[in-house]
Design a binder for this molecule. Structure first.
Ligand code: PMP
Length: 351
C-alpha cells in the first residue's frame, strides 16, 4: 500500500482518478485504487502567498458570501511540482518559468491585469516553498481571480481587470512515477470542450467537463477516461495529455484537439526526440487508433506519467508498460529527481 500522509492543504473537494483521491474539508483523503478505498489524514500547510506577501494559512480567509459570487470569480490557475533530491537534500521546482509563463497567458486570456511578471511569480513559488519548509516532493497551486467584492465592474461578467488577485499554496504530494502499473481507460461519452466554448488553452476553473468524464470512468469501473472533441477526434484525459505508440512512432493529439498546452507533453516529446531517438508526431488521432495502439500513456504535472493497459477493454496486449513507455518513465523520473544532470536547466533549486 502507498503512503497516504499527504500534506494537501486544499479544503475543497478534489477528485483525481487512480492513485489519487477525494479530500474532504476536514483534510481526510480517500484514495480509490482499483476498487479499494483507503483513507488517510493530510496535514495543513502553514503559509500561502497572497498578492506579494507570505501570509499565515489561517489568516487567509474569505467571507462566506464570496461563495455566492463564485460565478463571477473567473479563476485561472497553474499546477507545478517540486521534487525532492535525496542526494542534495533539497527541493527543485520543475520548469518553474514555463509554468509561470502559462499562468501569465491564462490571466491575459481571462483579461486580468497582471500585477506580477512571470519572473516575480517564479520567485514567489520559491519564497512560498521556503516559508513552508517543505522537504518532500510537493505540488504548488497558483491561482488568479477577480476580487468578488471589487467595484468597477463594467457589467455582468465584465469584471474590473485591476481587481485581479493572485495567490498560491503548496503541499506535499508524493510522486507516483516509481509505480509502473498500467491503468485501464474508457472513452468518455462526454465531449471535450473546444476553443470556441471554454478554451482548454486557459488553465482556468473550467474543470466541470473533466469532472463529468472522471466520474463516469470511476462509476463504470475504469481508472480514467479519454475524451473525444466535437469532431470525434481524441483529445485528452481529465487533467492529463495522451500519447500512443504505433509501429515505433510516438503520437500525441495536436493542441488544437482540445488539449491544454501541457508542459509535460512538451518535455516528453523533447526527451523522446533528443534522448531516445524516437519519431514523435503531433496529429489528429482517431478513437479506433487507441484500440490498436501498441502502447499508450497519460502525462501531466500532477498525473506525472501513467501507462495504459486498455481502452474500452480493448487490451493493448500487455499488463506491463511497453518499451517506449517504460524508457521515458525512467528517464523522466531521473531528471525530476536530479539523477540525470543533463536537464538541470529545467530545475530551480529552493534554497
Ligand atoms: N490537460 C489538463 C486539462 C490539465 O489540467 C493538465 C494538468 N495541468 C494537463 C493536461 C497536463 O498539463 P501539464 O503537463 O502542463 O501539467
Amino acid at each position: 500500500m502507498r503512503t497516504f500522509d499527504l500534506t494537501n492543504p486544499r479544503s475543497c473537494l478534489i477528485l483525481h482518478v487512480r492513485n489519487m483521491g477525494i479530500e474532504d474539508r476536514n483534510h481526510r483523503l480517500t484514495i480509490f485504487e482499483r476498487g479499494k478505498r483507503m483513507t488517510g489524514k493530510s496535514s495543513k500547510a502553514r503559509h500561502l502567498w497572497l498578492n506579494g506577501e507570505i501570509v499565515p494559512w489561517d489568516g487567509a480567509t474569505v467571507h462566506i458570501t464570496a461563495l455566492g459570487s463564485l460565478l463571477n470569480v473567473g479563476t485561472v490557475g497553474e499546477g507545478l511540482r517540486a521534487y525532492w533530491n535525496a542526494d542534495k537534500r533539497k527541493l527543485f521546482v520543475f520548469r518553474l518559468r514555463d509554468h509561470m509563463e502559462r499562468f501569465d497567458d491564462s490571466m491575459k486570456l481571462q483579461r486580468m491585469d497582471r500585477p506580477y511578471t512571470p519572473e516575480q511569480l517564479s520567485q514567489a513559488v520559491v519564497d512560498l516553498l521556503k516559508a513552508d519548509g517543505l522537504l518532500e516532493t510537493s505540488y504548488i497551486s497558483p491561482r488568479a481571480f477577480f476580487d468578488p467584492f471589487a467595484s468597477g465592474s463594467a457589467g455582468p461578467f465584465v469584471e474590473d481587470p485591476a481587481s485581479a488577485q493572485v495567490m498560491m499554496y503548496a503541499g506535499a504530494r508524493p510522486s507516483i512515477l516509481p509505480d509502473p502499473t498500467p491503468i485501464h481507460c474508457c472513452v468518455s461519452s462526454w465531449t471535450r470542450q473546444s476553443d470556441s466554448m471554454v478554451p482548454p488553452r486557459i488553465k482556468g476553473f473550467n474543470y466541470q467537463n473533466n469532472r463529468l468524464a472522471a466520474w463516469e470512468a470511476h462509476i463504470n469501473g475504469y481508472d480514467n477516461a479519454v475524451l473525444l472533441n466535437s469532431t470525434g477526434k481524441v483529445s485528452e484525459a481529465p487533467a492529463a495529455c495522451l500519447f500512443i505508440v504505433r509501429d515505433g512512432v510516438v503520437i500525441t493529439p495536436t493542441f488544437t484537439s482540445g488539449t491544454l498546452e501541457s508542459i509535460t507533453r512538451r518535455t516528453l516529446m523533447e526527451l523522446y526526440r533528443n534522448e531516445l531517438g524516437a519519431a514523435v508526431v503531433e496529429r489528429e488521432v482517431d478513437r479506433t487508433e487507441l484500440y490498436v495502439a501498441d502502447e499508450a500513456f497519460l502525462c501531466g504535472t500532477g498525473a506525472e506519467m501513467k501507462p495504459i493497459a486498455s481502452f474500452d477493454r480493448y487490451s493493448l496486449g500487455t499488463e506491463t508498460p511497453g518499451p517506449l513507455t517504460e524508457a521515458i518513465r525512467r528517464l523522466y523520473y531521473d531528471i525530476l529527481t536530479g539523477k540525470n544532470s543533463q536537464y538541470d536547466h529545467w530545475l530551480t533549486e529552493v534554497s
